[in-house]
Design a protein around this ligand. Structure first.
Ligand code: TNX
Length: 537
């Protein structure tokens, strides 16, 4: 009977350490695999950070880690290159998993981050920083031994920021990108044009920003004040110069974030038309960018000169943004102007196009061909499916999950950006502490529990779901602070959905890990909503 007793004791010991294993490391997003180890590592200002000689990618990951450690805990870690003896050091090493995947080993001897590629080393360094900031405070820190093997569930983990309805500064955009990177988000969809403004400098068409980037706000509010110098209502707005955009693109790339620029067409075009009235479908064209929210009638016309204009604009966009995807909008293009414009109707007749929806399909296909001819891929809101578009186009599904289901069944790649759940302009809690805005209440748990892969898709169709994206439309976010307050903490839920394995999704665990995540972000100065997080037992 003795062996059995031994066995029973061994089992008990195993289940005790199993219970310890169940307490997850304080990481958001949760890593794919984590195995608690024995003991802990003491990290202090004397701990060297070591990268392979001549390895710029590893050096960048190590520098980012060291910078975070300095800002979070006041530790000035020295980064140097060489082999390191693997003891009492933080070592960045090549090998192991490729792409965004990495391995992280914390033992009493030290910390080792292993990855084949730059992105993996970067994310390994971010995770090491998270482990080192599990509790608040400055100075040396004890990190529990653990072994992590991590890789993302989805390739597309995005946030969309609308910089058209209200403008954000370059500094804010950079901070926004840093916060994304720390949450292992990798795609920044930048909504740069709309009815209310055109925010991107285009060299060939300077009026786009001279006229299109400014408006006199309607209604009460700080921005509607009279400018004491001119005695006229103060204009609000702004735009990004091409030099600034290059700077932002490089800043994002260094943090393994790709920017997807969006240029809206054929609708959401009022600001562009106000700048260049020859683009209009009706007379008289709108004289100024719009001061109203909602779906407006102004559509680009379908003259050859307009296609030439848009091609020129896209060529400058393509030169600025090196990523694979160019977003051409395509949403909410209501058709009354096309229905009543004699010129548009004549063109439809000439082209044998039967209705305005098909005309939009023809319009978008032409622009898609232009983007493809430059070696890029078009992405658009799910309305692009309606008028017919080539299989090569990727569909950003915003009208619930349906757009994604239809797109994937038709063989299109798709990104789950579903309203209202992934629309972070809806409030997330008590109105008294939230900015006024869209009417619905979309709380953290709803965002977390949303299944990004619709059950209606079969195995092959599911592969078309590239990932997830949350939207920050800014009609009701006048300030950068409001953007931050509405983005977080819900963006953490989207980050976890995008990164962590489906089998690990658990709101109870997430809400426990969220406390340290919010604390370490606030310690860096990040603004996050005060809506209380109720941990689920
Ligand atoms: C619909 S979602 C829009 C945006 C608005 C948003 C919120 C989408 C593709 N278009 O233009 O900002 O609703 O009001």
């Amino acid at each position: 009977k003795r062996p059995h007793l031994f066995l029973a004791l061994a089992c008990m010991a195993a289940s005790v350490s199993g219970a310890a294993a169940a307490a997850p490391a304080p990481l958001v997003p949760a890593p794919a695999v984590e195995r608690p180890g024995e003991g802990s590592f003491q990290l202090s200002a004397r701990t060297p950070v070591v990268t392979p000689a001549g390895d710029a990618g590893a050096r960048a990951a190590a520098d980012y880690f060291a910078d975070l450690m300095r800002r979070s805990r006041g530790l000035n870690l020295k980064v140097s290159s060489g082999e390191g003896d693997g003891r009492s050091a933080v070592v960045f090493r090549r090998g192991g998993p490729a792409g965004e995947a990495y391995r992280l080993d914390v033992t009493p001897e030290g910390i080792v981050v292993t990855a084949a590629d730059d992105a993996g080393l970067f994310y390994g360094g971010v995770t090491a920083w998270q482990l080192a900031t599990a509790t608040a405070g400055k100075g040396p820190v004890k990190i529990d031994a653990v072994q992590i093997e991590d890789a993302p569930r989805f390739a597309w983990r995005g946030l969309m920021l609308d910089s058209a309805r209200h403008f954000q500064s370059v500094d804010y955009i950079k901070g926004f990108i840093d916060r994304m990177a720390r949450a292992k988000l990798n795609t920044f969809h930048w909504h740069l044009t709309d009815d209310q403004a055109w925010r991107l400098e285009i060299r060939k068409y300077p009026k786009l920003t001279e006229v299109g980037a400014w408006r006199v706000p309607a209604g009460p509010g700080p921005a509607a004040d009279i400018d004491p110098k001119t005695g006229k209502p103060r204009q609000i707005g702004g735009f990004y110069t091409q030099a600034q955009v290059r700077e932002v693109v490089a800043y994002a790339a260094a943090r393994h974030i790709t920017i997807v620029p969006e240029i809206e067409m054929p609708g959401h075009a009022t600001a562009a038309i106000a700048a260049y009235p020859q683009l209009a479908s009706v007379t008289p064209p709108p004289a100024t960018p719009s001061n109203e929210w909602g779906v407006l009638d102004n559509l680009f016309n379908v003259e050859e000169s307009t296609f030439a204009f848009l091609a020129d604009v896209l060529d400058e966009v393509i030169e600025l943004f090196p990523g694979k995807y160019i977003h051409l909008g395509g949403d909410e293009a209501v058709k009354p102007q096309w229905e009543t414009s004699p010129a548009v109707q004549a063109r439809m007749k000439e082209l044998h196009i039967g209705n305005e929806t098909a005309l939009q399909g023809w319009f978008m296909s032409r622009m898609e061909q232009h983007v493809s001819s430059r070696g890029r891929k078009m992405i658009g809101w799910d309305e692009i499916l309606e008028g017919g578009v080539s299989k090569g186009a990727t569909v950003m599904s915003w009208r619930g999950a349906d757009g994604a289901i239809i797109a994937a069944k038709m063989g299109h790649d798709t990104v789950m950006a579903a309203a209202p759940t992934y629309y972070l302009d809806h409030r997330q809690g008590d109105l008294s502490i939230e900015p006024l805005g869209r009417g619905l209440l979309i709380d953290l748990k709803q965002v977390y529990d949303f299944d990004p892969v619709p059950a209606a898709l079969d195995e092959a169709q599911r592969k078309h779901v590239l990932g997830v994206q949350a939207q920050l439309w800014t009609e009701h976010m006048r300030t950068e602070e409001q953007v931050s307050r509405l983005a977080y903490p819900r963006a953490f839920a989207v980050a976890e959905t995008g990164w962590s394995p489906a089998a690990k999704r658990d709101f109870g665990s997430f809400s426990q890990r969220l406390g340290p995540e919010i604390a370490r972000e606030r310690a860096l100065g990040a603004v996050i909503s005060d809506v209380p997080i109720t941990p689920v037992a």
